[in-house]
Design a protein around this ligand. Structure first.
Ligand SMILES: C[S@@+](CC[C@H](N)C(=O)[O-])C[C@H]1O[C@@H](n2cnc3c(N)ncnc32)[C@H](O)[C@@H]1O
Length: 237
């Protein structure tokens, strides 16, 4: 029987958890760290606030958020891979982070009441879920009026020439990295498949608007290899 997208993604992350951080840095040439830093600057996260990091994986963005909200704030990281969470929990303990916790859950049905968080983030997670719109709506539901939702993910490069090089890199070089470093060719070919299927930055902006967000903006990184989308939930009058 054919596996669903959700089952496949779950299996991929349950298998690569121990190499994920290393592979992430190699594949993106450590650019993901710069993109997240820039995103945090744009979000201007305030002390004492509540944040949710959806598809938190091994917790890098959760940790950044926990530092930004300070000890009076609170951060929850949510992921459906127990193995990815296990790595994240070790990192939180190592950094003695007290204001964040990592929980097991599904992005498709966030286990929180409406209007619970000031900030909701999703990093390299949206392209992995079975229904992008459902998750965009779930994040919209749980963010407070006036709150911010930020999505950082791979995107479709727009620069001519660069686009072709990128496709070659993805098709031939990146899976080779996966095989070489993680012995998991199949798992890393998922990254290629999910990236090519993911909507381009303009289309994703429209999807944010259709999910209900206001003032949606996006910023491309590295010739459009990745993009940050930010949307707001309008304050009630
Ligand atoms: C590429 S990793 C990104 C992890 C982290 N946000 C980062 O930036 O490094 C994608 C994560 O999404 C999680 N994920 C995928 N689909 C999910 C779902 N439906 N619900 C919860 N987590 C999911 C995977 O388990 C994995 O940890």
């Amino acid at each position: 029987m054919e596996q669903s997208k959700e089952e496949k993604v779950h299996r991929v992350f349950e298998n690569i958890y121990h190499k994920y951080d290393k592979m992430n840095s190699i594949i993106s040439f450590r650019q993901h760290i710069r993109w997240r830093k820039d995103t945090m600057k744009i979000m201007n996260v305030q002390k004492g606030k509540r944040a949710l990091d959806v598809c938190c994986g091994t917790g890098d963005w959760t940790i950044e958020l926990s530092k930004a909200v300070g000890e009076k704030g609170e951060v929850i990281g949510l992921d459906f891979s127990k193995n990815m969470l296990k790595v994240g929990k070790k990192k939180l303990a190592k950094e003695k982070i007290k204001n964040a916790k990592l929980i097991h859950g599904n992005a498709m049905e966030l286990p929180f009441p409406d209007n619970s968080f000031d900030y909701v983030t999703i990093g390299f997670g949206l392209r992995n879920v079975p229904d992008y719109m459902k998750v965009l709506k779930e994040m919209y539901r749980v963010v407070k009026p006036g709150g911010i939702v930020a999505c950082l993910d791979t995107s479709q490069p727009t620069m001519f020439g660069f686009k072709q090089i990128y496709q070659l890199y993805f098709r031939y070089i990146m899976p080779f990295f996966g095989k070489l470093f993680a012995k998991s060719y199949e798992e890393y070919s998922w990254l290629q498949e999910s990236t090519f299927k993911f909507p381009n930055a303009e289309k994703l902006k429209v999807m944010f608007e259709e999910a209900g967000y206001s003032n949606v903006t996006f910023k491309r990184y590295f010739g459009g290899v990745a993009a940050l989308h930010i949307g707001y939930k309008q304050e009630e009058n």
